[in-house]
Design a protein around this ligand. Structure first.
Ligand SMILES: Cc1cc2nc3c(=O)[nH]c(=O)nc-3n(C[C@H](O)[C@H](O)[C@H](O)COP(=O)(O)OP(=O)(O)OC[C@H]3O[C@@H](n4cnc5c(N)ncnc54)[C@H](O)[C@@H]3O)c2cc1C
Length: 313
């Protein structure tokens, strides 16, 4: 393995695992390994690691892997995952401070318990706060940028970078601050509104029921495969504004379409699933086939919302 980031005299308290089977742990349950996985013990450990890590070696950070395909050839260099030490959630008035390793569902539940409304949409979005920041995750008309007060990241040299909403530069399923891949989000402050706990809990229940009815949430999936096209893209193709990605997938015969062990869900045709023995290549080939069909038959370019990471096998 070419990647040896550790300065001999530096001691890390977190754990390192060589050839970590990352794909098996992703929501799709397929794909390759990471050369090296680092799980820091705390923020100081992470900061030292970033400072020491050779700048010419590949490095990436992942959260719950609910939004990615880990390609079959695996990921070169080191992958950082922020686990339990980064999962703290604190409530201060209507503000919720959450570590980047906290699950979105736990943040929504903590807000509900404290009688804070406005964060319910997070309950149905698998993954961590770090991933939600990087993706500006959203559902039911709300997205992270609507509830975010501030974020904190470490840069490639381990320095602290406080970020306000403007610095985050968030738009539909995008975060400008994350685009370079040089920042590791370590925490966020979200803000909601004081509300009756029972009402907030009711909304959580409604979201859960809605998800169960409309999405294949018990399957091996990665959420929406493609981002919805913009109105400008739709207009240019002579299509009605507001047309959703799933409608285009449906139009080109995508519902239930299969390549190898990968299939577009019958329940929600913008969700791709691993039916059991899919390789990461099957998943990617299926997505690429749909992009081709939609381009040729509808004149619109669909864009992957799912991140495809690493090397093809
Ligand atoms: C059943 C299902 C339903 C879903 N529904 C929705 C939905 O309604 N709305 C929605 O928006 N998404 C949805 N998703 C997708 C996914 O849940 C979100 O994108 C989520 O935010 C991903 O978080 P994660 O921790 O799993 O990120 P990962 O998949 O691990 O990573 C995603 C990206 O975030 C970056 N990242 C992760 N952590 C950090 C960090 N600490 N610092 C910097 N960058 C980081 C990674 O490098 C990567 O580029 C769904 C997924 C599933 C499986």
């Amino acid at each position: 393995m070419s990647c040896v980031p550790l300065e001999k005299q530096v001691t890390y308290r977190g754990s390192f695992t060589k050839d970590f089977p990352l794909g098996e742990k992703s929501w799709f349950r397929c794909g390759g390994s990471a050369d090296l996985l680092f799980e820091p013990e705390d923020i100081e450990d992470l900061s030292i690691f970033l400072k020491e890590y050779p700048k010419d070696e590949p490095l990436m950070v992942l959260g719950g892997m609910a939004n990615c395909i880990i390609r079959d050839g695996g990921i070169r260099g080191c992958v950082i995952r922020l686990g339990k030490p980064f999962a703290e959630i604190e409530i201060h008035g209507n503000k919720i401070m959450a570590g980047a390793g906290a699950l979105n569902g736990s943040v929504a539940a903590a807000a509900a318990k404290a009688g804070i409304g406005g964060l319910e949409f997070l309950s149905g979005i698998p993954g961590t706060v770090g991933g939600a920041l990087a993706m500006n995750a959203g559902a039911y008309g709300r997205e992270v940028k609507d509830i975010l007060s501030a974020g904190m990241a470490l840069d490639a040299y381990g320095g602290f970078v406080p970020l306000d909403l403007e610095d985050m530069d968030m738009s539909y399923r995008k975060c400008g601050a994350a685009a370079s891949g040089d920042l590791v989000f370590v925490s966020a402050i979200f803000e909601g509104v004081e509300e009756d706990k029972t009402l907030v809990r009711e909304r959580l229940k409604e979201i859960k029921a809605k998800r169960q009815d409309t999405q294949p949430i018990s399957e091996k999936t990665g959420g929406s495969t493609f981002a919805n096209p913009t109105d400008e893209e739709l207009e240019a193709a002579g299509l009605e504004k507001g047309t959703r990605a799933w409608q285009l997938v449906e139009k080109v015969g995508g519902r239930g379409l299969k390549i190898g062990g990968a299939q577009m869900s019958e329940k929600h045709c913008n969700f791709m699933i691993n039916t059991g023995d899919a390789s990461a290549s099957d998943l990617e080939d299926l997505g690429d086939e749909l992009i081709r069909r939609v381009r040729e038959e509808c004149g619109v370019e669909l864009h992957w919302e799912i991140k495809r990471l690493g090397e093809r096998g």
